[in-house]
Design a protein around this ligand. Structure first.
Ligand code: FAD
Ligand code: NAP
Length: 330
């Protein structure tokens, strides 16, 4: 182990937060690597067909914007590694040059002079680093509707841009009332015969501009105050059963596809035993990215914040590098 290099920082996750951090780390001449389990960097942005709110680059597809971020990283020589991180262990380098793990349950933080982290991958590799940037983002939430799990992949989908084309000229339903649900409904309305947008309240959470746009599209029907009870079908989705919570009426929507767009869950599994998280599982960190654990910084959708967007994720990545530089100088 003694021959292992110790990085200034390892950035985990190559979405907008991680790639922005990498750009700033390269310019700060830190020794670092950027690790993502996916061969295609970009994170959640890859699953959007159009990004219309990133300054200066209106109308790019998620793929194009991610590609622009990656090209910028490549231009600065950011080292990109494809690997699935499975563990992060705090410790120190003993006089014999070996890494010694610290058991956080039995030792206090004040004993952690020259704290070092060992990052392990599913592929069997390990990286030593003085700091870690947690930029693992978030993933789609499951709705827990009866039939959802069994029919996933045969009509139930969590990504309209990935799977929409399979439902050309068919009737589909979108479940949710946030930006993603509205965007999905608008996207699907161009491919599908009819799109039911099923929301549990009578007000959308989504941006007003999206609601106005969807409202003007003829083949989108808003199904308000309705909870999804069951997704039915033998080998493929055939019906979505919804119940109006105000009237108690049930309605069977004859659809071939059900797109679930009910929000995201932070990907904090790697960090939850190391840093403080809020009740929703998001890492507690302010704009500086500093967490409750020295040397671990959080950027992007993974941290507690009011607005989860590409621009705020990228800003977090940049801020984290300033914090890392400050930490390393101590
Ligand atoms: P993510 O984008 O989630 O990236 C996290 C990365 O970490 C992923 O690449 C993942 O593979 C990697 N990772 C996770 N765990 C591990 C692990 N254990 N080991 C290695 N790698 C790991 N925002 C906008 O501003 N405008 C939009 O138009 C817009 N459209 C959107 C459309 C959709 C469908 C969705 C889902 C989101 C949209 N957003 C949009 C929100 C935006 O995509 C997110 O705010 C942003 O991607 C968050 O960036 P991030 O870097 O924090 O995390
Ligand atoms: P979100 O904003 O959290 O909205 C989730 C929606 O799903 C809410 O309307 C919620 O209803 C509903 N919901 C939650 N749990 C449900 C359940 N069990 N059953 C039925 N409905 C349920 O999530 P999102 O739309 O996925 O967006 C994620 C993040 O990405 C947000 O921060 C969003 O702003 C961002 N984003 C931005 C853009 C853009 O800027 N163009 C585009 C896409 C995404 P309630 O409203 O009743 O709570």
């Amino acid at each position: 182990m003694s021959e292992l290099k110790i990085y200034d920082t390892v950035i985990i996750g190559a979405g907008p937060a991680g790639m922005a951090a990498a750009i700033y780390a390269a310019r700060a001449e830190l020794s670092f690597c950027l690790i993502d389990r996916s061969y295609a960097p970009g994170g959640q942005v890859l699953s959007t067909y159009e990004v219309d709110n990133y300054p200066g680059l209106p109308g790019l597809s998620g793929g194009e914007l991610s590609d622009a971020f990656k090209k910028h990283c490549d231009k600065l020589g950011c080292p990109f590694v494809t690997a699935d991180i499975t563990d992060i262990a705090p410790g120190y380098i003993a006089p014999n040059g070996f890494f010694n793990e610290i058991d956080l349950k039995t030792r206090g933080l004040d004993s952690m002079i020259d704290l070092v982290y060992m990052i392990s991958t599913a592929e069997g590799d390990a990286y030593l680093t003085r700091t870690v940037i947690a930029a693992t983002g978030a993933s789609h939430k499951k709705a827990g509707i009866d039939g959802e799990e069994d029919l996933t992949g045969v009509g139930v989908s969590y990504c309209a841009t990935c799977d929409g084309a399979f439902f050309r000229k068919k009737d589909v339903a979108v479940v949710g009332g946030g930006d993603v649900a509205l965007e999905d409904a608008i996207f699907l309305s161009r491919l599908c015969k009819k799109v039911y947008l099923v929301h549990r309240r009578d007000q959308f959470r989504a941006a007003k501009s999206l609601v106005t746009k969807a409202d003007a599209i003829e083949n989108i029907e808003f199904v308000f105050d309705s909870v999804s009870k069951k997704i039915l079908g033998n080998s493929n989705v055939e019906e979505l059963l919804v119940k109006n919570i105000k009237t108690g009426d049930e309605r069977a929507l004859a659809v071939s596809g059900v797109f679930i767009a009910i929000g995201i869950t932070p990907a904090t599994g790697l960090f939850k035993d190391l840093v403080a998280c809020d009740e929703g599982g998001y890492i507690i960190a302010d704009e500086s990215g500093k967490t409750s654990m020295p040397g671990i910084f959080a950027a992007g959708d993974i941290r507690k914040k009011p607005l989860r967007q590409i621009i705020t994720a990228a800003a977090d990545g940049a801020n984290c590098i300033t914090s890392v530089e400050g930490y390393l100088m101590k």
